[in-house]
Design a protein around this ligand. Structure first.
Ligand SMILES: Cc1ncc(COP(=O)(O)O)c(C=O)c1O
Length: 323
């Protein structure tokens, strides 16, 4: 069993990886040094979480994540030779095999090798891997709520790449921002876009509560269309709280009543400060706390109106064949 005290994620060497349709040991899962995925970040990935529910262990919003996986692959022109149902089955298979400590799932599709190098590569095989790790809490600052610092690195615009696709290479920018925040002793980086508006954090979407509304940047601001973002927007509407998508300035975040982050890894995480300035009165604020409770219930299948968000891993599918 791995503990939660370390920074980052750890993989148990005994765990299995699903690679190109086969469940194999991690040490057997090798990548060629000539892989385009390695040289150019030519790949796409997903991140999902598994939770305990009263009906057994389940993956949260499995189909939505795998739909985004296939959309990201389409954007990067990666030919993933599996249907969404096959990919969902594979995620469950890996979770079943790796047991309850596997709380985070990482599907990855990348361009392999063809004996050449260069950006015009054609006829290169796409490899698909699905692995799990034990993650526990992703933001582990210890204090209630995350401290954010504004990154000096700008979020790339939608004219530079697609931010709605989860492209491996896009994450160089997130790594620069996260490392910079960590050097400053903060938990997360707030990233502004080319016009100076709030985009998102290094791996989370950003929300603020102001004048009784929940406000979050729209897709044009250069954000990932987060599955957790969508979950929280639907939960807020259940509470009859108005949700607005519009651009947000850094100054507005500082004077917001509440700010929180959403992401599969971070879940719904309150923000306590931005650039050293405390935000709101309480951490978490009342709206954040209510939504966080609802989110925890939803992930454990306790909200019957959203029971289709929860996919039991022990529900074995009828066997389907590769396309
Ligand atoms: C850049 C970025 N923004 C936002 C998110 C949150 O997305 P989701 O809620 O789908 O995990 C992530 C996590 O994948 C991310 O990497």
């Amino acid at each position: 069993m791995l503990d939660d005290s370390s920074v980052g994620m750890k993989m148990d060497k005994k765990e299995k990886v699903w690679l190109d349709g086969r469940l194999i040991g991690i040490d057997e899962a090798k990548v060629s040094i000539l892989s385009y995925g390695l040289h150019y970040g030519w790949g796409i990935y997903e991140g999902l979480r598994a939770y305990d529910t009263n009906k057994g262990r389940a993956v949260f919003r499995l189909k939505d994540h795998m739909a985004r996986f296939l959309d990201s692959a389409r954007f990067m022109q990666l030919d993933v030779p599996y249907s969404i149902d096959e990919l969902c089955d594979a995620v469950k298979e890996v979770c079943r095999s790796n047991g309850p400590q596997a709380d985070y799932v990482r599907p990855l599709a990348y361009y392999g090798e063809n004996g050449e190098l260069g950006l015009s590569a054609v006829n290169v095989p796409t490899h698909v891997a699905i692995m799990t790790i034990h993650m526990g809490a992703y933001i582990r600052g210890g204090a209630p709520g995350a401290s954010l610092v504004t990154s000096s690195w700008e979020k790339p615009s939608n004219r530079a790449t697609s931010l709605t696709a989860k492209v491996c290479g896009n994450y160089v920018n997130s790594i620069l921002a996260k490392k910079e925040a960590m050097r400053q002793g903060a938990d997360e980086a707030l990233m502004l876009n080319h016009s100076g508006s709030v985009a998102e954090a290094s791996a989370e979407n950003v929300f603020m509560v102001r004048h009784g509304k929940i406000i979050t940047p729209g897709l044009a601001e250069g954000i990932l269309e987060g599955v957790t973002r969508d979950t929280v927007m639907q939960l807020a509407r259940e509470l009859d709280i108005e949700v607005v998508e519009r651009n947000i300035t850094r100054g507005e975040l500082i004077i917001a009543d509440e700010v929180f982050l959403t992401g599969t890894a971070a879940e719904l995480h309150p923000v306590r400060s931005l650039d050293g300035i405390p935000i709101g009165k309480d951490v978490p604020g009342p709206v954040t706390a209510r939504l966080r409770d609802m989110y925890a219930k939803a992930t454990c299948g306790e909200m019957t109106q959203f029971s289709d968000w929860v996919d039991l891993i022990d529900e074995k599918p009828a066997r389907r064949r590769k396309k």
